[in-house]
Design a binder for this molecule. Structure first.
Ligand code: FE2
Length: 399
C-alpha cells in the first residue's frame, strides 16, 4: 500500500471502531509499525536479577536485530549491538551467558564489556583499535527493570520515571528476582495481542479464573465501594494510593505511554492465584495485603500487574506481519527461595492459564479479521483504553 493510501485509510478511520483489515495484513503498514513504533519506543528488555554478576549477558531480539544486554560494572548495564565491527557477524550466539570479553567466533575480534575493541589479529600497523567499538542502543533502568530504545534520539524517560518511581517504590522491584520467564507465540498481528491486553471486556467470557478474583472484569457500584475500602488500607500496608493516567496522547513524542492504577480484588482474594491466597512472601516494604492490585504500564507494549506478593511483566513484540510474541516475567522478592518460600506452579498458574486462553481468543480474532466478510465494529465502554491505544497508534504511524 502506498503512503498516500495509508494516509487516506487513517483519515477515514471511524471513531471508537475497530481497525480496517489492512492494518493487520498490509506489509507496508507493518514496516511502519516497526520503524515508527518499535524502533522509537521504550521496550522492556529484562530485569537486573537476570544478569547479577559483571559479565552476565542475555540477548534481546526484535525486528531482525540482536542486542547484547550486559552487566558491565556493579550497576551499569550496556545494550550492545550484536554485530561485529569487522565484517558484521553475530558475536553472541546463545540466549545468555557470562564472559569477561565478547569474542566474535568468526575472526576472533574481542571486545570488552563497554563494547570497545581489545584484540584483532593480523591487522595493518596503522589499524587503530581504539577507534572501534560495538554500536549501542540506549538503556534506562527503572526499579531494576531494564528498558531499551533503538532510536538515536530516544524520547526522554524522565517523565515515566517521575510518574512511576514513587508509586512503584513499595514493591522494591530493584530487590526482586525473576522466578520464571516464558514466551508465548501468538499467531496474530501484534496489534491484536495488544488490543486484547488493553481491554477487560473479554475477561468475563474468556477468563473465569481471573474474573472470580479481579473486579476489573465487572466494573460497577460494587467495585467502586470496594475501591474505597482498599484505598483506606493502602497506607497501613505500605502501598501507594496514587493513580497515574496513561499519557499516550498528551505526549505523542514520548513514543510510549506510562500509567499506574490500582483496583480492588473481590473479597476472599488477596492476590492473583488459583485460590486467591498468597503464593510468595510480601514484596519489598509491603506490610500486608490491602485487598487491591495494581496495573502499570511503561511504553506502548510493556504492561505489568503488581500484587503484594509477586509481579508479572508482559511485553508484546511482533515477529512477522501475522505472528507476535508475549513475553512474561514473574518477579518475587529477591530472597525468596523456590520450593521453600514459593512453588513455581502455584505462582505462575493464573497468568499461564489466562495467557493460554488469550492466545486462543487472539488467534480466533486473527482468523476472522482475515475474512473477506470482516467489517470493523464499534467498541464498548469497556474498550476505552483500547481506543486510546489505537488512536495513538494511528497518529504515530501516519505517513
Ligand atoms: Fe485476556
Amino acid at each position: 500500500m502506498e503512503k498516500e493510501q495509508i494516509r487516506s485509510l487513517i483519515d477515514a478511520q471511524a471513531d471508537r471502531t475497530a481497525l480496517e483489515q489492512a492494518f493487520y495484513s498490509d506489509y507496508e503498514i507493518y514496516q511502519r509499525d516497526i520503524e515508527e513504533i518499535f524502533l522509537q519506543s521504550w521496550l522492556y528488555a529484562g530485569h537486573m536479577s537476570e544478569i547479577p554478576k559483571v559479565g552476565d549477558w542475555f540477548l534481546f531480539e526484535l525486528a531482525g536485530e540482536s542486542i547484547i544486554i550486559v552487566r558491565a560494572s556493579d550497576n551499569k548495564v550496556n545494550a550492545l549491538v550484536n554485530v561485529c565491527r569487522h565484517r558484521g557477524s553475530r558475536i553472541c550466539l546463545e540466549d545468555s551467558g557470562c564472559s569477561k570479553r565478547l569474542v566474535c567466533r568468526y575472526h576472533g575480534w574481542s571486545y570488552d564489556l563497554e563494547g570497545d575493541l581489545q584484540t584483532a589479529a593480523h591487522m595493518d600497523d596503522d589499524f587503530d583499535k581504539s577507534a572501534i567499538s560495538l554500536k549501542r542502543i540506549t538503556t534506562e533502568i527503572l526499579e531494576g527493570m531494564i528498558f531499551v530504545n533503538f532510536s538515536e534520539q530516544p524520547a526522554s524517560f524522565e517523565s515515566a520515571r517521575q510518574g512511576l518511581s514513587a508509586n512503584l517504590k513499595p514493591y522494591r522491584l530493584d530487590q526482586a528476582k525473576v522466578a520464571h520467564r516464558q514466551t508465548y507465540s501468538i499467531g496474530a498481528n501484534w496489534k491484536l495481542s495488544v488490543e486484547n491486553y488493553t481491554e477487560c471486556y473479554h475477561c468475563a467470557p474468556a477468563h473465569p479464573e481471573y474474573t472470580r478474583g479481579h473486579s476489573l472484569a465487572k466494573p460497577g457500584a460494587r467495585a467502586t465501594a470496594m475501591m474505597e475500602e482498599v484505598m483506606s488500607r493502602a497506607a497501613e500496608c505500605g502501598l501507594s494510593d496514587g493513580m497515574v493516567n496513561c499519557t499516550y496522547l498528551d505526549e505523542p513524542g514520548f513514543g510510549s505511554g506510562f500509567a499506574f492504577q490500582r483496583y480492588p480484588m473481590w473479597r476472599g482474594h488477596i492476590t492473583g492465584s488459583e485460590d486467591g491466597q498468597p503464593v510468595a512472601p510480601l514484596l519489598g516494604g509491603i506490610r500486608g495485603f490491602d485487598g487491591g492490585t495494581t496495573d502499570f504500564q511503561v511504553g506502548p507494549v510493556t504492561f505489568a500487574l503488581a500484587y503484594c506478593d509477586y509481579v508479572v511483566i508482559y511485553r508484546f513484540t511482533p515477529v512477522s506481519l501475522d505472528q507476535s510474541e508475549c513475553d512474561i516475567t514473574w518477579l518475587v522478592r529477591g530472597d525468596a527461595e523456590e520450593g521453600k518460600d514459593f512453588d513455581k506452579a502455584r505462582l505462575t498458574w493464573l497468568w499461564d492459564v489466562t495467557t493460554k486462553a488469550d492466545k486462543r481468543i487472539i488467534e480466533c480474532n486473527a482468523e476472522g479479521v482475515k475474512s473477506r466478510f470482516y467489517q470493523p465494529g464499534p467498541y464498548s465502554t469497556m474498550e476505552d483504553f483500547t481506543w486510546k491505544f489505537i488512536s495513538w497508534y494511528l497518529q504515530t504511524i501516519r505517513p
